[in-house]
Write a new protein. Structure first.
Length: 87
C-alpha cells in the first residue's frame, strides 16, 4: 500500500498541540515535474557515480515507499515535541 496521508503534529509542554494533515496524492501531482527531474538525476547518479543498476535503485526506492505506511517519527527536545505519522 502506498502512503496516502502524512500527519505532522507539534506541541509544547503547556498543552498546546497542533496537527497538520497533508494528502500525499495532490502534493505528488503538483510536484511531479520536479519529481521526474529528481528521478532522472538519481538514475544518472546511480549509473555514473555509484555504478549501480538503475533498475535495482528504482526497485529499492519502491520497496522503501511501500514500507512507509504505519511509520511514525517522534522527536522531543526541551519543551517542544514533534511527531510525523504516515498512513
Amino acid at each position: 500500500m502506498i502512503p496516502q496521508l502524512l500527519t505532522v503534529g507539534y506541541g509544547r509542554t503547556n498543552g498546546n498541540r497542533r496537527r497538520l494533515h497533508v494528502p500525499l496524492l495532490p502534493v505528488a501531482v503538483v510536484l511531479s515535474p520536479l519529481l521526474l527531474i529528481a528521478v532522472v538525476a538519481g538514475l544518472v547518479a546511480c549509473r555514473r557515480a555509484f555504478r549501480l543498476s538503475p533498475v535495482s535503485a528504482l526497485r529499492a526506492a519502491w520497496y522503501l515507499l511501500w514500507a512507509l505506511p504505519g511509520t511514525s517519527f517522534e522527536i522531543e527536545h526541551g519543551p517542544t515535541a514533534f511527531q510525523i505519522g504516515v498512513r
